[in-house]
Design a protein around this ligand. Structure first.
Ligand code: DX5
Ligand code: ZN
Length: 214
């Protein structure tokens, strides 16, 4: 599986150091943007993305936990972001339109979904979205406990993608660590997002390598 560490758990006073670590060890940099409206928390925005962009040598993946995500696609493209996900809960019937918009800006489009929304809501975007972000905790905070019922949701989505012979990767985010990585892979996950289990580890590079081995 590909590993996308979430910088929400990084050391913000030494962010450059942590990005350099990811450049050397990870596959993707996962960047969590929260607006305090779609989710009950605020993280960071363009001033941080701009600095990360200046030194990132691996793809940046921006996870937009905001209402009206479409307002930001163009600016993210200008920052050199290559993957953007927005929440189905924020987009509703505009989901297909937003995917097209992201594609027209040359980026990969992901649709994220919280644990309390049926994963079947994403089925109509199979073949359109480049990836699906199945949240394994409720979006909003790092360091939460992995919700085990998510495994079945991943499997249902993965089975449907396979059944249709479509492309489309599955990303999971929240409480992921070496204790659940094997089950996630088995369920059909392609990309793992990990915050705490990477940055709170005594050796983050080793933690990335351990997850990668699954
Ligand atoms: C939660 C964010 C996650 C979070 C993951 O809303 O989308 O990316 O940083 O952190 P951990 O791995 O600590 O659950
Ligand atoms: Zn995230």
């Amino acid at each position: 599986m590909k590993i996308a560490p979430s910088i929400l758990a990084a050391d913000f006073l030494n962010l450059g150091k942590d990005i350099e670590l990811l450049n050397n060890h990870a596959d993707i940099i996962h960047i969590d943007v929260m607006d305090g409206s779609l989710v009950p928390n605020i993280s960071f925005g363009f001033p941080v993305i701009d600095k990360v962009s200046g030194i990132a040598r691996i793809p940046m993946d921006v996870h937009l936990m905001v209402v009206h995500p479409e307002r930001w696609f163009e600016r993210l493209a200008k920052e050199g972001v290559s993957m953007v996900s927005f929440h189905y809960e924020a987009a509703g019937r505009n989901t297909g339109k937003y995917i097209d918009l992201i594609h027209s800006l040359g980026m990969k489009a992901g649709v994220a979904i919280n644990p309390d929304v049926p994963v079947e809501k994403l089925f109509s975007q199979i073949g359109k979205a480049d990836y699906f972000l199945v949240m394994t905790v409720f979006a909003g905070f790092g360091g939460q406990k992995f919700i085990y019922e998510s495994l079945d949701r991943v499997k249902r989505l993965s089975d449907e993608i396979r059944k249709r012979g479509a492309n489309g990767e599955i990303q999971v985010d929240g409480g992921v660590d070496s204790g659940n990585a094997a089950a996630l892979k088995e369920a059909g996950v392609d990309i793992i997002v990990a915050g705490s289990s990477v940055f709170k580890a005594s050796d983050p590079a080793a933690a990335i390598a351990e997850l990668k081995a699954f």
